[in-house]
Design a protein around this ligand. Structure first.
Ligand SMILES: C[S@@+](CC[C@H](N)C(=O)[O-])C[C@H]1O[C@@H](n2cnc3c(N)ncnc32)[C@H](O)[C@@H]1O
Length: 183
């Protein structure tokens, strides 16, 4: 989610009431990110700055396709969306299904054997508990050469020991894009 102070009150209350998993279980089918224009601008800047490889892309925790739609417009080849809670919203906006896997399943190896040129994870990786982040990051490093994280927070910061080396960071409208390559 965006910074708490930026959230509409009703969303913030529901988030506090149900917690992150409960919130997305209840409202995932109608999820929309109010910061979508910033995501679009920042993704465009990131693709241009780092010449990101857009052949085979994984949109991890894809929501209703906020990143997918931008990447498609930027000329991406194949984009796979994965999200445990928002598949209805994703297919409604992108016309393609999202695979319903969560971070825990991916950390346990659910995507082993696949390869993507780029993984994009927008406004979602901060939801992973710090204790689970190294395991997930290592699994992601087995799947892709490059990783782009968009976050309205300072976290997460991945470590080289977890398989990823930070190559650059952009800050746009208080949202960060962090670009990593496999360490
Ligand atoms: C703030 S939304 C971001 C969605 C979209 N990427 C965007 O930029 O708007 C967080 C996303 O994380 C997903 N999510 C929540 N818990 C998750 C989990 N345990 N594993 C994977 N995805 C999860 C939600 O379904 C939701 O789509």
């Amino acid at each position: 989610m965006p910074r708490r102070s930026d959230q509409p009150t009703a969303v913030r209350r529901a988030y506090e009431q149900y917690g992150a998993p409960g919130y997305y279980q209840r409202y995932g089918a109608t999820y929309r990110n109010p910061h979508e224009p910033i995501i679009a601008e920042l993704l465009g800047l990131a693709v241009a700055r780092w010449q990101l490889p857009l052949g085979q892309v994984l949109d991890l925790a894809c929501g209703s396709g906020e990143a997918t739609l931008v990447l498609r417009a930027l000329g991406a080849g194949t984009i796979a969306g994965i999200d445990p809670y928002t598949s209805a919203a994703y297919v409604a906006r992108t016309g393609q299904p999202a695979e319903q896997l969560d971070f825990e399943q991916i950390a346990a190896g659910a995507l082993m054997g696949r390869h993507y040129d780029l993984i994009v994870c927008s406004f979602a990786l901060h939801l992973v508990p710090l204790s689970r982040l190294p395991g997930l990051a290592v699994q992601l490093s087995l799947l892709a050469d490059t990783l782009l994280i968009l976050t309205p927070h300072k976290r997460p910061e991945l470590q080289p020991a977890w398989g990823w080396a930070l190559r650059g960071e952009l800050l746009h409208q208080r949202v960060r894009a962090r670009y990593y390559e496999r360490a």
